[in-house]
Ligand binder design. Structure first.
Ligand code: ZN
Length: 430
């Protein structure tokens, strides 16, 4: 049976328009968009001027499966994604065993086949993500990966990385780089600067990221491969990506919600939930990231959802693992901190979370509300204000830096190919 969604403020992202429309879904596809549609042979829902947006697409999630399923697994991670309004995610390869051959990809496919979410897979660039020997890239491509990355590790050996980029160009695979030169990062735990000195914590200089991005872009230049820079955190990184784009290179970049709304000052309380890699930087860098986002240098906002169990995070700062979970709160964080404060428009924010990732990942008929596209849709209640609590986080881990904060603009329904995949049940709210 079809579905008619009435009276939504429909965000057509690519056109940059928000208008009051009815949307008819038939067989999982958007069949009609029009100011008034009346049908009595389908399920009708009146969303009373809430926002109807394209399902969000996250290019950077860690579902920890196989190997670390005490932190998250494909099912729990998917639940978190759907609760956050996402209808598509790209899984990173930091698993045990890692996907350096097709076996793990087949396991992922089998485990995710009945989940109402477009789960995409990345493979490793090198065997065991160890940076020495190339993975079976042909085999991974055939198994269906859309990107390769050693996320968490930078491929420090230039010859190995160049060889991988040559294969990637031939196989039309996106190469995602976790840009951090390890000998410059030198076991740092937070950004090197005022706060690392005050807190007595080992610093990660911005140079570690900048040097790595520079090298990767140079290799993209000589190989012609598509390079995507994950989680940019520095102003110089933004400048390098802008310069690469100006040269016409196939270079794209992402930023996390956290690097856009938090700075290293937040670490004053030694909260290990704020320990993340790359680290939170100074306000100046944050400003450059937002500017890069607004000017189109940064194409995508990706969560880098990185769940860890509380016993792993409740340790000395130096011993805690890097990473924040955040699929459930990504949209309300950005809506509250950037849209309501008028730093970015809703249409532009969504460009970075729907249309652009769909283009970079080459996902046809996804990423926007258009006739003929898949009915992957999210309903946002722009008035709904909730305090972030552990109960609100539906994934396995609770290492969210916004616990206790009040945020506005929550997803209340996520529709995947015409099926209601998530609906928010509100206790005590009409
Ligand atoms: Zn990373």
């Amino acid at each position: 049976m079809g579905m008619l969604i009435k009276n939504g403020n429909v965000v057509m992202v690519e056109d940059g328009k928000i208008s009051k429309m009815d949307v008819l879904i038939d067989k999982g596809i958007i069949a009609e968009i029009s100011p008034e549609i009346n049908r009595n042979d389908v399920e009708v829902i009146d969303i009373e001027e809430k926002f109807l947006i394209p399902g969000l697409i996250d290019m950077h999630v860690h579902f920890r499966d196989p190997g670390y399923t005490h932190k998250e697994d494909i099912h729990s991670g998917s639940k978190a994604a759907l609760a956050g309004g996402f209808t598509g995610v790209l899984m990173m390869p930091n698993t045990d065993p890692p996907p350096d051959n097709a076996t793990v990809v087949y396991y992922w496919k089998e485990k995710s086949k009945n989940i109402p979410l477009n789960i995409l897979f990345s493979g490793c660039i090198t065997k065991g993500r160890a940076g020495k020997e190339l993975s079976k890239l042909h085999e991974l491509k055939e198994a269906g990966v859309v990107a390769i990355t050693d996320d968490g590790n930078w491929v420090a050996n230039g010859a190995v990385f160049r060889h991988a980029m040559e294969y990637a160009a031939a196989l039309d695979l996106l190469v995602i780089t976790h840009a951090e030169e390890p000998t410059i990062a030198n076991r740092g735990v937070i950004n090197e600067g005022y706060w690392s000195t005050v807190l007595g914590l080992r610093g990660i200089p911005k140079a570690a990221e900048n040097v790595a991005i520079y090298r990767d872009i140079e290799i993209a230049k000589i190989t012609g491969a598509k390079l995507h820079v994950a989680h940019l955190s520095t102003a110089e990184g933004v400048r390098l990506v802008a310069a690469a784009k100006k040269l016409g290179l196939k270079v794209t970049a992402e930023v996390t919600p956290y690097h856009l709304v938090l700075t290293d000052e937040a670490l004053a309380g030694y909260d290990t939930n704020l320990k993340v890699n790359p680290p939170l930087r100074e306000a100046e860098e944050q400003k450059a990231l937002l500017k890069g986002l607004l000017e189109g240098v940064i194409d995508v906002i990706a969560t880098d959802h990185a769940p860890h169990a509380s016993y792993e995070k409740n340790v000395e700062f130096n011993d805690a693992p890097f990473g924040m979970e955040g699929l459930e709160t990504a949209f309300p964080v950005l809506y509250t901190e950037l849209v309501l404060t008028k730093k970015i428009t809703l249409e532009k924010l969504l460009l970075k979370m729907t249309v652009n990732p769909a283009k970079i990942l080459q996902l046809p008929k996804q990423g926007d509300i258009k006739k003929g596209n898949y009915a992957n849709l999210t309903i946002i209640d722009p008035k709904l204000t909730l305090k972030v609590s552990e109960e609100l986080l539906v994934g396995k881990s609770k290492n969210n830096p916004f616990l206790g904060k009040t945020l506005t603009g929550w997803p209340v329904m996520t529709i995947y190919q015409g099926i209601v995949a998530y609906q928010r049940l509100l206790k005590g709210v009409q």
